[in-house]
Design a protein around this ligand. Structure first.
Ligand code: FAD
Length: 391
């Protein structure tokens, strides 16, 4: 008998397991994959997420893996307009990071195990075990054979296509659709000038440094172009970089491309009911939004913290207290993230482009407001707050 079974062991599940295990909660952490393992995702982490890693004692271990701190962002919004500033700080963290998921997720998993969580890899969640309308356990299959375990709470941290969400019949309370697609690859040998963002020609190009002296270069297109670009990905990718970010295209000619270009058009924006009797959802299983604002990993961390702050006392008090705690967590999550959800939708739909340019021209020589503009991407400010500050 565990207190909690967590299904999915990446940035939402492993972080939740870590924070709970550190408080003495008996956690079974499960994943169908084995770590280290990559996943389809770019991986920019704003100072908001970096601050959480620092609070959890994981920032220094992550930096020690050779993950380069990013203290400058440049944003080319028009041929004659390049904004350059530091990321907006959060709790004293003033850098972004872009850790490879092979490294970040494995670090979280190792920390959870070191804190006392039991890890079972290569096991695939199959179904919830119910008793009197309450989730009381989970059944698994996979390489290690079939088994069932019981717990006071089943946490689904199993991503966008969450099997736990399906099993508990979590209602989708908001489903706004899909607006973008993103493709990316890795190059060795680009100069480290921080995160570079280029917008133009109906597409966006980003480049930022990551592990092993590599840069991730990504192209974001409207979802309407997904089928077309997939047919000849390398050609469309390099053409987009050449058109929208000629400076990066030039850097790529002398750099070494490692691996292949990959990405996803599975970028729907939704919010699911995230708590019920004996179950809760965290991370993309609960809510996801277009990666245009790069908030998914930081959001997963925030949800893990919110749930872990409430659960240990509730677990000691019994099932009703557990359900009250998970319901309060879900309600707070909705309140805390609704503005960032709407902002992300506006960016994903390209809805700011016209209105934004005059504001950006007004802040060209005001680095503190440029940082605040980046803070919108990190969910620290709304567009309205930024517009008011610009005056
Ligand atoms: C193209 C793209 C670019 C992105 N760029 C960024 C970015 O720059 N910055 C950012 O912050 N976010 C970004 N995101 C979002 C980010 O990847 C997600 O928000 C984040 O991975 C969510 O973490 P999670 O732990 O909730 O789920 P996931 O990372 O999806 O992990 C779910 C885990 O559950 C496991 N699992 C699933 N089903 C089962 C099962 N039945 N049994 C056992 N285990 C199971 C999987 O193996 C997986 O390990 C991007 C996403 C995409 C698609």
């Amino acid at each position: 008998m565990y207190d909690v079974i967590v299904v999915g062991a990446r940035c939402a599940g492993a972080a939740t397991a870590l924070l709970l295990a550190r408080q003495g909660v008996r956690v079974l952490l499960t994943d169908r994959t084995a770590f280290p393992s990559d996943t389809i995702s770019t991986h920019l982490l704003h100072p908001t997420g970096v601050a959480r890693l620092r609070a959890w004692g994981l920032l220094d271990p992550l930096l020690a893996t050779g993950c380069p701190p990013i203290d400058t962002i440049s944003f080319q919004a028009a041929d004659d307009l390049v904004l350059r500033a530091a990321p907006y700080p959060c709790d004293g963290a003033a850098v972004s990071l872009a850790p490879r998921r092979t490294v970040l997720d494995a670090l979280l998993v190792e920390a959870a195990v070191a804190a006392g969580a039991e890890l079972r890899e290569g096991v695939s969640f199959q179904r919830v075990v119910w008793e009197d309308g309450r989730a009381v356990g989970a059944a698994f299959g996979g390489r290690g054979g079939a088994f069932t375990e019981r717990a006071a709470l089943i946490i689904g941290a199993d991503g966008r296509h969450s099997a736990v969400a399906r099993q508990v019949e979590a209602k989708t309370v908001r489903d706004v659709g899909t607006f973008g697609c993103q493709f990316y690859g890795y190059w060795h040998g680009l100069p480290n000038v921080g995160t570079q963002i280029f917008i133009g020609g109906g597409q966006a190009v980003l480049a930022y440094p990551t592990h092993d002296e590599h840069h991730l270069v990504l192209v974001g297109w409207p979802h309407a172009r997904f089928a077309e670009v997939k047919q000849d990905l390398d050609r469309h990718f390099l053409a987009a970089v050449g058109t929208t970010a000629p400076a990066v295209a030039e850097q790529l000619t002398d750099a070494t491309h490692t691996g292949s270009i990959t990405g996803s058009g599975d970028l729907g924006n939704y919010i699911r009911e995230s708590a019920g009797p004996g179950w809760a959802l965290v991370g993309d299983a609960a809510t996801a939004k277009d990666p245009v604002t790069a908030q998914g990993i930081g959001d997963a961390f925030a949800q893990a913290q919110s749930l872990a702050d409430r659960l240990p006392t509730a677990l000691a008090a019994g099932p009703q207290a557990v359900d009250a705690a998970t319901a309060a967590h879900a309600a707070d999550r909705n309140r805390a993230t609704s503005a960032a959800f709407e902002t992300t939708l506006t960016f994903a739909m390209g809805g700011n482009s016209g209105a934004l340019l005059p504001l950006l021209r007004a802040i060209e020589h005001r680095p503190e407001l440029i940082s605040m503009f980046y803070g919108i991407y990190a969910g620290q400010f709304t567009m309205a707050e930024f517009a008011t500050a610009v005056g």
